[in-house]
Design a binder for this molecule. Structure first.
Ligand SMILES: Cc1ncc(COP(=O)(O)O)c(C=O)c1O
Length: 512
């Protein structure tokens, strides 16, 4: 609602902002349309400025925990506040208190997938404000979800007997996949639960490099985290098949039931790839469910030269791929594929009376494929960004990530103070500072103490760089040793940023 200067003075207000406060506090309904339009324009400028200037921000804050909270009122406002003031507080309080995942020098985890098209997709889903519980509650959201899931299926070269569903995260996808495995191994668990039934203990196998989502799923499903067995990996950080066979045989001897194997395509630490065809063979022999955790690596199968990543996938039961890790869709967007999606539906379909009338069409109702009832319009952002980039645009950006990862590895190899800690895989580089112990301290130089000192130094290098606000790395453990890790994924990260990051690492090491 627009108000004239005269009315402001007649009402005894100081400004148009005051009027908006009075309006939002004292009247019912929404922001007046003209005011909303003004706010949207302001927001559009804010977003474009933020994106354009992000490179000049610190990548991470250097404040102590609690610094943001200390600047915020502990009580909620009694009266409404003007939008301009809230936006100013975003600049003043929120932005400086953030790790900027979309910063070009953010090289932690798997980098980050923010792109301008992705932001447009996210923005669009807000006003459409969908709850796609059933087909009827939003036909377009349901049908678009089915379409983008199938686009991705085709890009991955999966047979069309695989159907999918979009969840928020891979952790949730893995849990749903294992719920189906559990129902098939112990029928009627959906109905009766696991307790007081004459059931064997169920076992899940994943390599020592696999994500902890396996244990989380076992906790949630009543299988128990100790029933996730970690299979040793080989010198390439891939699951060792003879150990898997041995552990399964051992369990069967103890009358445990091998329920499922989780093979990872793109492990969290080093992006290693488990030998899926061999694992599929073992699972076939033991009638165990085979789930592929391709949360990170799956996206790279869109590259013809990386098609091999999907070797053996047509044999498996389920696959999770996170387009929010490697296919440029903003968090959160994870797809679970199940061979014959009906297996998933049978475990989770449940129609409450209040939705009975909404389910008569016989169309796909995505509420039937998981725990979640209310569902936001996640498919929209994937549809927008995949159309704006096209497969070719995605492929060329992923190739650039791989090129930059290998470029960094070349620099690491020629500096004798460092060594690669794992083969470079996809966009991930793990490396370790290994300079002679004589350079870094005195005292005992047994291998154990040397390694212990090097662990601390590698950790300290990452901590110092992150605290400097100039770049952001992660540290991880490989074979018990602390290593530094860089993950490429951001479209803003260029060769120049990698050169700069390497310089920062070298300077930090020289200053130790
Ligand atoms: C291989 C792998 N699987 C699963 C996950 C969990 O992903 P999400 O955060 O989508 O649950 C991760 C996270 O980094 C991962 O690297």
């Amino acid at each position: 609602m627009k108000i004239s200067a005269r009315s402001i003075s007649v009402l005894g207000l100081r400004s148009e902002d005051d009027f908006q406060i009075v309006h939002m506090t004292s009247y019912l309904g929404d922001t007046p349309p003209n005011e909303f339009r003004k706010q949207l324009h302001e927001l559009a400028d804010w977003i474009a400025d933020f994106r354009q200037n992000i490179k000049s921000l610190r990548v991470a804050p250097d404040d102590a925990p609690g610094a943001v909270r200390a600047q915020l009122p502990s009580r909620a406002p009694e009266d409404g506040e003007p939008f301009g003031k809230i936006l100013a507080d975003i600049d003043r309080l929120v932005v400086p208190g953030m790790v900027h995942w979309s910063h070009p020098m953010f090289l932690g985890y798997f980098g980050w997938t923010t792109t301008a098209p992705g932001i447009l997709g996210e923005i669009l889903s807000a006003p459409l404000s969908v709850n796609a519980m059933t087909w009827r509650t939003c036909p377009a959201a349901t049908e678009l979800e089915t379409v983008v899931i199938d686009w991705l299926r085709q890009w991955l070269g999966l047979p069309n007997e695989f159907g999918g569903v979009v969840y928020d995260t891979a952790s949730v996808g893995i849990m749903h996949a294992l719920a189906v495995a559990r129902e098939e191994a112990a029928p009627s668990t959906r109905k009766l639960g696991l307790i007081n039934r004459d059931l064997p203990r169920l076992r899940i196998y994943a390599s020592d490099q696999a994500h902890s989502a396996a244990e989380k799923a076992a906790i949630a499903l009543g299988i128990g985290e100790e029933n996730v067995r970690r299979v040793p990996s080989d010198d390439q950080f891939c699951m060792d098949i003879s150990s898997l066979r041995h552990m399964m045989a051992q369990d069967r001897e103890h009358r445990f039931r091998p329920l499922a194997v989780i093979a990872t395509v793109g492990t969290t630490s080093s992006a290693s790839v488990d030998p899926v065809p061999e694992i599929a063979k073992v699972c076939g022999e033991s009638k165990a469910w085979l789930h592929i955790d391709a949360a990170y690596g799956g996206g790279f199968a869109t590259l013809p030269e990386y098609k091999w990543l999907t070797n053996g996938w047509s044999e498996v039961d389920s696959i999770v791929v996170n387009p929010h890790k490697s296919l440029f869709v903003p968090l959160d967007f994870s797809v679970l594929y199940v061979r014959d999606l009906e297996r998933l539906r049978r475990v989770f379909t449940l129609v409450p009376e209040v939705l009975r009338g909404d389910t008569i069409e016989g169309e796909k109702n995505y509420m039937d494929y998981g725990i979640q009832l209310g569902r936001r319009f996640r498919a929209l952002k994937a549809w927008v960004i995949w159309r704006l980039l096209g497969r070719a645009g995605i492929v060329s950006r992923l190739r650039e990530q791989i090129r930059l990862a290998n470029l960094l590895a070349t620099r690491i190899k020629i500096d004798s103070r460092f060594e690669l800690a794992a083969p470079v895989s996809l966009g991930v580089v793990c490396f370790r500072f290994v300079s002679g112990i004589g350079d870094i301290g005195q005292g005992s130089t047994t291998p154990a103490t040397t390694n212990g000192k090097l662990d601390k130094l590698n950790s300290e290098i990452v901590e110092r760089i992150n605290a400097s606000g100039r770049a952001y790395l992660t540290q991880t453990k490989l074979r018990g040793r602390t290593v530094m890790r860089i993950g490429l994924g951001n479209v803003l990260t260029t060769e120049e940023h990698i050169r700069k990051a390497w310089e920062i690492i070298q300077q930090t090491v020289s200053a130790l």
